[in-house]
Design a binder for this molecule. Structure first.
Ligand SMILES: Cc1cc2nc3c(=O)[nH]c(=O)nc-3n(C[C@H](O)[C@H](O)[C@H](O)COP(=O)(O)OP(=O)(O)OC[C@H]3O[C@@H](n4cnc5c(N)ncnc54)[C@H](O)[C@@H]3O)c2cc1C
Length: 569
């Protein structure tokens, strides 16, 4: 077994300096980290929670061009997003797949006059109801943006009868449906981890530390605190990058450089265990305008229906939570689109919420705040402080490159290689057809049955390595084909596991799919205890903390009183 992630913290502490410190291990900090590591730059990333546990864990799981942003005139962003989406379908096919998306449409003309006014005169206010003609114009433009890198089919319109034949549970009041393709990212936290791992593997002087917080500025670097040991230490650097997303202003304040760059809004989702609703979607994302003009979605994912999202002003110093009013809103929108599918609150197995890292804006309509990003350099205090403002999931690679270019200039280092087209983690040589998948499973994880398939979905082609570890040890199932003891050992060795919640919320989809029981938590915790040297007190603390987090942040109630020892016996 290799050392725990805390040994890497000690190594960084003992070295005491690096070229670049990146604060924030969401997807954008991680993307910049990988890019800089690949250029041979010494870089340390510090993340105060787990990697990809902030806004990056709260997305709608879409890798999308952002058809909606056309309406706001953000053509540059749409062009970049579509290109990145198409690239990710090739570089990360293990986690990014084409997503068939259908828009139910209730009128022909509505919104057509208002929309050009918005483009041309910058008209503000509530988005107009989007009728078929406007959606047709938008989708045609969207298709044209795809250009020669097209990896997905052109959009298609259907009349009422044909639409209802395809999706018979749709609201019969529809006049048309429009169907186009974007991409789905079904395991964002795992994709982020793959990008991070690629960065670490590429450069011996690239280190990434989770549960380490940047707490202040020293004049020639930052102070950081290891949130596991409580130890604080200084880390000198030539450049500090603030990639803390919605918390960018709070971080700059902690570094003694107050800014007012950010104006993030909260968005929530619910996940429902309702097979009828999942079936009603016909396996597609249903993407539509709700009565308040917001674009919302119902999205079949992992055998569940994910429903989102809201767009509400938020204070990043408070935890983002999905409220009961938001749940009402979601149940209402489901009823609008699939009026005869019965849905109840009891079927919600998971809720999640996050703050979008949007720029400060005086825009009265949150949906119209720019989704584009920018990089701000402040060289007034000795070493440069580089702040990232904005940035979606979809554009992480190009954003990482842009941010890295600014840093390379500041440290006087050349760009050695580009990340464009570079396979990500287990996306390398990933079998994308059913036949290729069968061949891969038979040749690389022979005799593994459905367990091999689960591993291939979770790790991409790195599953072959995981399987060898399981075969070489006395591996015992913890949850059927979905989890086993030596898989946890592998995660401890390779995936920066510090807390029990890392496993259930971000390394697996157990929490997302509503598969966590109190007994399962106990079993995972006691297995992790062996590999991470936790004593009974630490193990029980981990279980209690995870139960609290599942309840408070995700609306999941587990039996907290169950005696851990008794449950395990
Ligand atoms: C509801 C919602 C839906 C979305 N849907 C989509 C979508 O479908 N597609 C898409 O492309 N984008 C989507 N986005 C946008 C996307 O998720 C975010 O823009 C992106 O994840 C931001 O990543 P980031 O790395 O900049 O920020 P974050 O992921 O928030 O990372 C910042 C990190 O900084 C850490 N941090 C803060 N302070 C400190 C400190 N002092 N020291 C150390 N670490 C610190 C935080 O813990 C956090 O992990 C959505 C966002 C939301 C909220």
């Amino acid at each position: 077994m290799s050392a725990s992630p805390r040994n890497v913290v000690n190594q960084v502490r003992d070295a005491g300096r690096t070229q670049v410190v990146i604060i924030g291990g969401g997807i954008n900090g991680i993307a910049a980290f990988r890019d800089l590591a690949l250029q041979g730059v010494e870089v340390v990333l510090v993340e105060r929670g787990d990697f990809a546990s902030g806004a990056s864990a709260a997305s709608s799981h879409m890798v999308h061009g952002g058809i909606r942003y056309l309406e706001n005139g953000e053509f540059r962003l749409v062009r970049e997003s579509v290109r990145e989406r198409n690239d990710l379908l090739k570089t990360a096919p293990h986690f990014v797949r084409p997503l068939k998306t259908t828009v139910p449409i209730y009128s022909f003309w509505s919104g057509l006059l208002q929309a050009p006014m918005k483009f041309v005169f910058g008209r503000k206010g509530k988005p107009a109801e989007r009728g078929a003609a406007l959606i047709k114009v938008g989708l045609t433009m969207y298709d044209l943006f795809v250009g020669p890198t097209r990896r997905t089919p052109w959009h298609r319109f259907r009349g009422r009868a044909a639409s209802l034949r395809e999706l018979p549970r749709l609201n019969p009041d529809i006049k048309f449906t429009a169907t186009y393709f974007d991409a789905s990212m079904h395991d964002p936290e795992r994709l982020a981890l793959d990008v991070l791992t690629d960065g670490i593997k590429s450069n011996r002087s690239a280190h990434a530390l989770n549960y380490v917080e940047a707490t202040g500025f020293t004049g020639d670097g930052v102070t950081v605190r290891d949130l596991v040991s409580g130890e604080e230490f200084a880390l000198a650097a030539d450049v500090v990058v603030n990639a803390t997303g919605p918390w960018a202003d709070l971080t700059n304040a902690a570094l003694g450089t107050p800014t007012r760059f950010m104006g993030g809004t909260k968005g929530s989702h619910i996940v429902l265990d309702n097979p009828e609703l999942v079936a009603a979607t016909g396996g597609r994302e249903i993407f539509f305008e709700h009565s308040d003009g917001r674009i919302v979605l119902i999205y079949p994912l992992k055998g569940r229906a994910m429903v989102g999202t809201t767009d509400i002003e938020a204070d990043p110093s408070e935890p983002a939570r999905c409220t009961e009013q938001e749940v009402d809103y979601f149940l209402d929108l489901i009823n609008d689109v699939f009026p005869d599918v019965a849905v109840s609150r009891d079927e919600i197995v998971y809720r999640f919420s996050g703050i979008r890292p949007l720029p400060a804006s005086d825009e009265s309509n949150n949906a119209q705040i720019s989704r584009d990003y920018r990089v701000v350099v402040d060289s007034s205090r000795g070493i440069p402080l580089v702040t990232l403002v904005g940035g979606k999931w979809t554009t992480f690679r190009s954003l990482g490159e842009t941010l890295s270019n600014v840093v390379l200039d500041l440290v006087g280092a050349p760009r050695a290689i580009s990340t464009r087209g570079r396979p990500i983690g287990g996306g390398r040589d990933f079998p994308t057809t059913r036949r290729a998948r069968g061949v891969w499973l038979r040749s690389r994880v022979p005799g593994s049955g459905t367990r091999g398939s689960v591993l291939l979905d979770r790790y991409g082609t790195r599953a072959a390595h995981v399987w060898r570890v399981l075969e070489d040890h006395d591996d015992v199932p913890i949850l059927g084909d979905r989890l086993s003891t030596w898989e946890l050992a592998w995660m401890v060795d390779h995936e920066h596991i510090v807390h029990l919640s890392d496993v259930v919320m971000r390394r697996t989809d157990l929490a997302f799919t509503g598969s966590v029981s109190r007994e399962l938590l106990d079993d995972i915790a006691r297995t992790l205890a062996k590999f991470l040297d936790w004593d009974d007190e630490r193990t029980n603390d981990e279980i209690a903390a995870t139960i609290d987090e599942l309840r408070d942040a995700h609306g999941v109630e587990l039996d907290a009183d169950l005696d851990a020892e008794a449950a395990h016996a």
